[in-house]
Design a protein around this ligand. Sequence first.
Ligand code: SF4
Length: 359
Amino acid sequence: MVTSLTLDALQDFVFCPMRYWWRQVAHLQEPETLGQVAQTILREAILEYARIYWMETKPEPAVVHQAIQDNPKAHHLQIMVATLWGYRFIDWKQAELGRLLRQYGRADAEIVVNFVRGGKEYRRPDGSPYEAPRLTKVYQKLAKEAGLLEMKQRIDKAADHLPIKSRKKQSLADTYAQMNGEMVADLVAALPNWKGKVLGVDVPFVTVTNGHELAGRADLLVQVERQPELVFFQYGQRLLPFKAYKNDLRIIAALLSAGERWERGQMSSVRVFNLIGEVRQERIYGPGRKERLEAVVQMAGRTIEAGGYLPRFLRFETYPTCLACPYQLYCIEGGGDILERMDPAGHAALSQQSRRQRE
Ligand code: SF4
């Protein structure tokens, strides 16, 4: 029997079975966080950029076209990111806050650009550049003079009224300034020249493994030397060791999706772009750790069938993982005991029933 599972669901399960339960069984959407909004905006902008500048087949959205004409010096991707933020704020009925953020972002960029261009006062005593300009005394002084600190306080206070959850230390002003500044600048510098070679955007793919059909999505499908290649952008802020990419279930599944489903031939490679700092372009060849994926799918399938949705925080060593999970608002802050929601008797019955069905 072939069952369907999405890669996102599998990854949820591997991250924490309780998270799988919230999303796939209880169908409770996770509360939207500021970090997620920022990543969504960046992803939408990149995919729109891909449609307009790499595929050349989709019409240009009028609003982006107009913004580009109004800002001929800015990079188009940066304009898209700013436009998408603008839509968000209109949607949240906070257009004024959006304007204040743009003002803050511009003033912040004017200071930060000095650290890029150099100048003695913007360098360490040995002449090397600062890795985090915003944490330096020079930035703090200039920001104070420009009134940025008060503006930041106003922005972050107003952000309390947005329909998104903000974690401690996650400032709306910083997130906006960073995304429109350093992050997009790094990304723009590393964009490849795929003009005319991008075949698809937000591309679905399917892998069948151990009787499970795994469905996932890649950001792009590009043509490389007559063979297709799937591309993922990594929207997080960390550079990972190469091993981490090799073991990523999504990437393994993408490689295995090669074959009859791709009319253009065998998948030659999967490529990952990291958005922050050094952008890595790694092609991952080889069998794609098929056995690893099969083992995980098999184990997850059995545990799901038996209803083994144990939450991460049953061990305090793994508690920090919960801090990176949006469902902590239900699991930890929501009150009540989440174990009460589990139904061992019901799960046992379900398990017996599915066993009978298989026999
Ligand atoms: S908060 Fe922790 S226990 Fe709850 S779903 Fe997330 S990782 Fe699992």
